[in-house]
Design a protein around this ligand. Structure first.
Ligand code: ASP
Length: 416
């Protein structure tokens, strides 16, 4: 009863957090920045729990899949889904930016580019591949590098699975640890409204108020509009239709179970920090089976980024248009492949896509300085693309779950 009352008040808390954050950040930017500490505490708590959760849940998932010998087919299905949906997203981006031409005749000024982007100039395909296998696991964990940890967890889970009955005790321990971590996630969730309030008020405060944010968005209006339109088509039409047709799930019902995760993706701009809530929503509330969700969701948070891929393609072609360069079919094909790769290589952290964009720019011979054209609005667009990234991961989990076990969790009718 008590739990139910808290549950029904929760959405009100979230809405209040958003509104209060906007109001405080807009009316009194300094106070907005000061209460940003609440948001950072929330973000720290999510990141704190994300790493052990990833390692334990992937190991557990691989262990159970390893026992049933379905790990290989699940991996193939997962990667196929990622590639297909990411390609669709990039294609939407390329078509929209080519038709709308937001950069044509633009007189946008180039801003100073952060050092981090220059340092990534040498990034190449081999770097993305090399990042899979860590030479030092502790260093990878310290640097919040998730891909190497996923690799190690898959390896560890597979090795444990080969031990047969001997690994039963480890499985039991990991299950208990996983339950304890999920309990902590539940406690962190209680602070979501306060975290949202802090994150929103600080961001708006840092920009100098709500007016400034609006002006900023309007300053690159056509470009911002093209990215948002692309994300909306992918998030509201393409992914729900795939969910409905392939998995026979009700997209509205599914999205409602993932509300906390999607809002958190927006305010944190980080798929990895959102992961604990994504897993809680998909597995515990939408009933995606644990062995599938525990594998597909952490992997997706790291390599499946539909929103980022779409954004990379739009941004690079926009930069070319701003320089007065018209891309031919060959350049567009290069943009298609490198944007996909850049999205796979981007970490699930704020503005990671901006850094890996260097790879796409260099592939088509554009200067890194071009990033300066879109720098000011990147933090804003980052939030929208992160929501689509997380939504894409969740849709993937439902589809792969359906393909894996052949039954549905949330039916079209809404029955569970
Ligand atoms: N912030 C995005 C994410 O975490 C990555 C990016 O596009 O910058 O999913």
């Amino acid at each position: 009863m008590k739990g139910n009352t808290a549950k029904s008040f929760f959405p009100i808390g979230i809405v209040a957090g958003i509104l209060l954050g906007v109001v405080i950040g807009s009316i009194h930017p300094e106070t907005g920045i000061r209460i940003g500490i609440l948001g950072r505490l929330f973000l720290n708590a999510l990141k704190m729990i994300a790493l052990p959760l990833i390692v334990i849940s992937i190991t557990l998932s691989v262990l159970s899949l390893g026992h049933t010998k379905t790990l290989g087919s699940l991996t193939v299905k997962t990667l196929t889904y990622y590639l297909i949906t990411t390609s669709i997203a990039v294609l939407i981006g390329i078509i929209l930016v080519t038709v709308i031409e937001p950069g044509k005749g633009g007189k946008t000024q180039i801003k100073d580019i952060p050092q981090a982007i220059f340092e990534k100039r040498e990034i190449g395909i081999s770097d993305v591949i090399l990042s899979f296998i860590p030479s030092n696991i502790v260093e990878a964990a310290l640097g919040f590098q998730i891909l190497p940890l996923i690799f190690v967890s898959i390896l560890f889970g597979t090795a444990l699975a080969t031990l047969g009955k001997e690994s039963a005790i480890i499985t039991q321990i990991l299950e208990v640890l996983n339950k304890a971590l999920m309990k902590i996630v539940e406690w962190i969730i209680l602070f979501t409204p306060i975290g949202i309030l802090g994150l929103i008020s600080e961001r708006i405060g840092l920009e100098g108020g709500g007016d400034a944010v609006l002006k900023l968005a309007l300053s690159l209006g056509k470009y911002v509009g093209t990215v948002l339109l692309g994300l909306a088509i992918h998030g509201f039409i393409v992914l729900p239709v795939i969910l409905l047709l392939v998995a026979r799930y009700n997209p509205v019902l599914y999205a409602s179970k993932l509300g906390k995760a999607l809002i958190t993706a927006f305010v944190t701009a980080s798929s990895s920090a959102t992961l604990p809530l994504t897993m809680k929503g998909a597995i515990e509330e939408a009933h995606v089976s644990p062995e599938v969700g525990r594998f597909v969701l952490p992997l997706g948070a790291t390599i499946n980024m539909d929103g980022t891929a779409l954004y990379e393609a739009v941004a690079v072609i926009f930069i070319a248009q701003s320089y007065g360069i018209q891309f031919g079919i060959v350049e567009l094909i290069i943009v298609f492949f490198t944007s996909t790769l850049a999205a796979i290589g981007a970490a699930g952290i704020p503005e990671a896509g901006l850094v890996t964009m260097v790879l796409v720019l260099e592939a088509v011979g554009l200067p890194t300085e071009g990033i300066g054209l879109i720098l000011t609005v990147d933090w804003l667009l980052d939030r929208f693309r992160t929501v689509v990234n997380v939504w894409g991961d969740c849709v993937g989990a439902a589809i792969i779950d359906r393909k894996h076990k052949g039954t549905t969790c949330l039916q079209i009718t809404g029955e569970e």
